[in-house]
Design a protein around this ligand. Structure first.
Ligand code: ZN
Ligand code: ZN
Length: 278
């Protein structure tokens, strides 16, 4: 407990991820120090080769789960029962090669939780492009990317082998943090409503990514919409890639969820949601 709040963090990365910096043990020990009650590791697994998105997809059944299991065991031994640890993953770009993603999941050890995320989109010429690769400061370029981003999210929902949709307003983050471009997502109100409605129908949740204390993804307007559409499955995740951001701004974001009408925060155990009153 921290400041009267049950603290969960359902989005963080260790060195099992290509862009992680600390082991699960280091992340878990930091989480204990920070008063986190329930931490879920969500390292990146991608059916496309990391950062070489236009190369052919990875071979089916080629994901090696052993490092994740080994690190998780080590972290668990280090922290004992001082914190609840869960093993999950952030599945990225699965809409681009769902058959490969299926094969990875078919080989998976028992997972508690999976996030389905889109970080890439298709350009007009059909290339797979990472949102972080956009160097333009022209909003029109970003909006064109967003159109494709939403199409990939629709395909991801069709595929559906995950528990929550990750950071559904991600382009806002990269446009602002990398290029200083303020996008207006009000123009995507219909797309966001459609995405949320379909997720709810399929029994999928969403996350509120606290984005290391910066702009929540999604923020209040869309969280309210999620609630009004009847959505009740929501996790909070920091997206920490280093220990200092673990559980960042969780009390404030719990208050935000409450202000938007949401009553429960979800954690997951073997892919089954557990609801915590906020
Ligand atoms: Zn992500
Ligand atoms: Zn992440």
């Amino acid at each position: 407990m921290r400041n009267g709040h049950f603290i969960t963090d359902y989005h963080c990365h260790s060195t099992v991820s290509p862009d992680g910096h600390n082991t699960m043990r280091e992340m878990a020990e930091a989480a204990v120090r920070l008063g986190v009650d329930d931490l879920c590791f969500t390292d990146h697994i991608e059916p496309l080769p990391w950062d070489r998105w236009n190369e052919p997809p990875r071979e089916k059944h080629s994901y090696d789960w052993a490092p994740m299991l080994a690190q998780f065991r080590e972290a668990q031994e280090a922290v004992g029962d001082r914190i609840k640890l869960h093993m999950g993953t952030e599945l990225g770009e699965c809409s681009f090669a769902p058959d490969v993603a299926d094969s990875f999941l078919d080989d998976a050890p028992p997972l508690d939780f999976t996030i389905g995320s889109v970080h890439c989109y298709r350009t007009a010429s059909g290339e797979v492009n990472d949102l972080t690769w956009i160097t333009s400061t022209d909003p029109a370029v970003w909006y064109a990317a967003c159109e494709s981003y939403f199409e990939e999210m629709e395909k991801l929902i069709d595929w559906g082998r995950f528990q929550v949709l990750g950071h559904i307003t991600l382009p806002l983050r990269w446009a602002k943090e990398l290029r200083g471009v303020e996008l207006d997502f009000d123009r995507y109100e219909e797309q966001l409503r459609h995405v949320m409605r379909r997720a709810i129908e399929k029994g999928l949740g969403i996350e509120c990514n606290t984005n290391r204390g910066h702009l929540p993804l999604p923020d209040g307007k869309w969280l309210k919409m999620y609630h009004e559409l009847g959505g009740e499955l929501i996790t909070l995740g920091s997206d920490a890639h280093t220990p200092e951001y673990i559980s960042c701004a969780m009390e404030e974001r719990q208050e935000l969820l409450k202000d938007c009408g949401l009553r429960y925060l979800a954690t997951y155990d073997r892919k089954k949601p557990i609801f915590h009153k906020i």
